[in-house]
Design a protein around this ligand. Structure first.
Ligand code: PGA
Length: 246
């Protein structure tokens, strides 16, 4: 049995004061959650969120990590810096980073290898564009993202994958539960065939893209879907807690 994991992706939202307020509101609402609860917050919020979440079941994640230990990489952050601040999880290769900041399968792979070597739990994002889906390229694109993104990874079971169709992110247009289940099943098959069948069974694969309080139940009831990466709906305690309790 795979334990579901619901992670909020706050993206570039919330000042420290707002972050503290959100965590304080969230704590009592999610305290009995049966899934792993994670919030992936902006770098400047990490200290405040770790402090506010102390003693609760809320785990803290970041939204990026560099592959080098340290050095001349303006604007980046290292795994040691994140670990020192109390971070456990890290989102890698979100489609917004691929789209706007030149992230590739190769850099995703390097960041993932470093995160794992340092003991951070990576949430590796994959997903197709609308054009790719409409022209029948979804499987080809996902296979490449998964095989190249996870190349040389030894402890695959520690990796979480977030399947996020780009056309569903922030658009209010969710994949249907069947579509998401089928595509995640395909990702699991790719992992079994290219890496190891046992790891594929153990790995948690989330759905992401306009997942919210209204559609979470249906998505979470699908056998292949092990949780969600939640953007917009993670910014309000009430909405996020409903998703967590599905
Ligand atoms: P959304 O974002 O829930 O706002 O669609 C999900 C994500 O990008 O991780």
């Amino acid at each position: 049995m795979r334990k579901p994991i619901i992670a909020g992706n706050w993206k570039m939202n919330k000042t420290q004061a707002e972050a503290k307020e959100l965590i304080n509101a969230l704590k009592p609402l999610v305290k009995d959650a049966e899934c792993d609860v994670v919030v992936c917050v902006p770098f400047t919020d990490i200290n405040a969120v770790v402090e506010a979440a102390k003693g609760s079941n809320i785990h803290v994640g970041a939204q990026n990590v560099h592959f080098a230990d340290h050095g001349a990489f303006t604007g980046e952050i290292s795994a040691d810096m994140l670990l020192e601040a109390g971070v456990e999880y890290v989102i890698i290769g979100h489609s917004e980073r691929r789209q706007y900041f030149g992230e590739t399968n190769e850099t995703v792979n390097k960041r993932t290898l470093t995160a794992l070597a340092k003991g951070l739990k990576p949430i590796v994002c994959v997903g197709e564009t609308l054009e790719e889906r409409e022209t029948g390229k979804t499987e080809e694109v996902l296979k490449k993202q998964v095989v190249e993104g996870l190349k040389d990874v030894e402890n695959l079971a520690s990796v979480i994958i977030a399947y996020e169709p780009i056309w569903a992110i922030g658009t209010g247009k969710t994949a249907t539960a069947d579509q998401a289940n089928e595509t995640i099943g395909y990702i699991r098959k790719v992992i079994a065939e290219n890496f190891c069948p046992k790891c594929a069974e153990k790995m948690r694969i989330q759905y992401g893209g306009s997942m919210n309080a209204k559609n979470a139940h249906e998505l979470m009831s699908m056998p292949e879907i092990d949780g969600g990466l939640i953007g917009g709906a993670s910014l309000k305690a009430e909405d996020f807690s409903v998703v967590v309790k599905m």
